[in-house]
Design a protein around this ligand. Structure first.
Ligand SMILES: Cc1ncc(COP(=O)(O)O)c(C=O)c1O
Length: 470
């Protein structure tokens, strides 16, 4: 279960713990952001001397920078299985959130158009649609999944939707909806599909069915602020781009503009060439490692994580995970990523996360994971609980916001990392006393250990919430 051969920057970090020791940092928060691949950092360093304006200079450096930027775009084409000379355009953006907002603007929906989406979505694939159209939702069952038939029923339930906006993998449970079958049903009804591939892209080959794809570099080992929106050229050929400005035009007079062709039309302003270079090389590297090796590593981690958590009294795992089909555990593992959301009986999620970090050097996320509707369903929080949380937030008190913990693995995660989490949780549910008192900040909801242990003193405390908001 050792990670596939892909060195990561910071793989050997140690972090201070409350007992005064330094421990290996166990990064079990890869669904949030991944560390940089070493080859990404090396390539960025090699490129930096050549850093220059893109599409804006005749100098040699500008030509090199422009070639590097366009080379990164080609990497996105290859990575997504959309040929450079095909019908699709790759727009380089900051991240998935920007990609979806960009598309929401660009589709020019009318206020009474309908977008079908699902309750499983990240806020990035919910909120942009609320601004521009009416929405219908696909609900999930208590295990956090839905079937193709559930999607079909919502597609057919009234006015024909202008778009189906669907996640490729849940950032909360790691569940992988049956994307290709869903796309077939949508296309049979003339409905285009946007796939939010933020979580899928680092773990599985991107499916060919969706018309639009959105994903982020910082989740696939390229943390330099680039991401991609991919879609049919025809969508971007007419009308105003999302951003107006230099680089997106052929001719401007004081009362006239002729927009240029996509993708440049969609990329006004000086582009993030460093981010693009990093993004491109990360995708090339994932291609070199291969999905088979990545999938095998993750399936083993997923089994270890889920089996270990589910066997623990006092820990409740949310969502389908490997329990989706007891009779077909291997198949179920293949249908979800190495991600596990869970709660610990009698302990606040923020306190568990704080203790894992301060006492064991383990990094997980807690809170609602920017997917409030989904998490509230998984936790079984009904309308009364939501009303209570709303009232508390409006009073500025975030101390009792419902939430869970999430452990998520990536290329650099080892079996030892998962075992370290399981051991630490066993200690916590077994009643191991905290070495110092933890105090909760009601404004952020976070807990912080008292005292001035190295790395955990008052001055080390980050301003604002570390985690829970979303
Ligand atoms: C499924 C999913 N969609 C969208 C996003 C938003 O990605 P970004 O923050 O890179 O815009 C995330 C981030 O966690 C995600 O997990």
């Amino acid at each position: 279960m050792e990670p596939p051969g892909a060195p990561l920057v910071g793989a050997d970090l140690v972090v201070p713990c409350l007992d005064g020791t330094d421990r290996p940092y166990r990064d079990l928060d890869c669904a949030a952001s991944t560390p940089a691949l070493q080859v990404v950092a090396d390539t960025v360093n090699e490129f930096l001397p050549w850093y220059s304006s893109v599409h804006r200079g005749a100098g040699y450096k500008s030509r090199r920078a422009t070639a590097a930027y366009e080379g990164a775009r080609e990497s996105v084409h290859r990575f997504s299985g959309r040929p450079v000379d095909g019908d699709d355009v790759v727009v380089l953006v900051r991240n998935t959130t920007e990609a979806i907002n960009h598309l929401a603007y660009r589709l020019r929906l009318a206020p009474d158009d309908v977008v079908v989406t699902t309750v499983v979505e990240h806020h990035a694939n919910l909120l942009p649609w609320a601004r521009v159209a009416q929405r219908r939702w696909v609900e999930c069952g208590t295990d956090g999944t839905f079937g193709v038939d559930d999607v079909v029923a919502v597609l057919d339930d009234g006015q024909r939707p202008a778009l189906l906006a669907l996640t490729g993998a849940s950032n909360v449970t790691g569940w992988l909806p049956p994307v290709e079958e869903i796309c077939q049903e949508a296309h049979a009804r003339g409905i285009p599909v946007l796939l939010d591939a933020a979580q899928l892209a680092p773990h599985r080959a991107l499916p060919l069915g969706p018309d639009f794809l959105a994903f982020s570099g910082h989740k696939l080992y390229a943390p330099f602020g680039a991401g991609a929106l991919i879609g049919p050229r025809s969508v971007f050929e007419h009308g105003d781009p999302f951003l107006a400005g230099g680089g997106a035009v052929d001719l401007v007079d004081l009362d006239e503009v002729i927009w240029t062709e996509p993708p440049d039309r969609e990329e006004a302003g000086s582009p993030n060439v460093i981010g693009a270079v990093a993004f491109g090389v990360a995708m090339d590297e994932l291609g070199r490692i291969g999905w088979e090796a990545i999938g095998a590593h993750e399936a083993a981690l997923s089994a270890r994580l889920h089996d270990g958590l589910r066997a623990m009294d006092g820990v409740r795992v949310l969502g389908p995970g490997r329990a989706a089909a007891a009779a077909a555990a291997a198949a179920a593992a293949a249908e979800s990523l190495a991600v596990a959301p869970f709660t610990v009986d009698g302990m606040h999620h923020a306190l568990v996360a704080a203790r894992l970090s301060a006492e064991f050097g383990i990094g997980v996320r807690h809170g609602c994971f920017c997917a409030h509707p989904y998490l509230l369903r998984l936790l079984g929080v009904g309308p009364a609980g939501v009303a209570e949380a709303r009232a508390a937030i409006q009073r500025g008190d975030r101390s009792a916001i419902p939430g869970a913990l999430r452990a998520s693995c990536g290329l650099g995660t080892s079996g030892e990392d998962v075992d370290a989490l399981l051991d630490a949780l066993r200690a916590l549910v077994g009643g191991a006393p905290a070495p110092v008192a933890y105090v909760q900040d009601a404004v952020t909801g976070d807990f912080w250990p008292q005292g001035d242990s190295r790395g955990w003193g008052h001055g080390d405390r980050p301003a604002g919430a570390a985690c829970a908001r979303g």
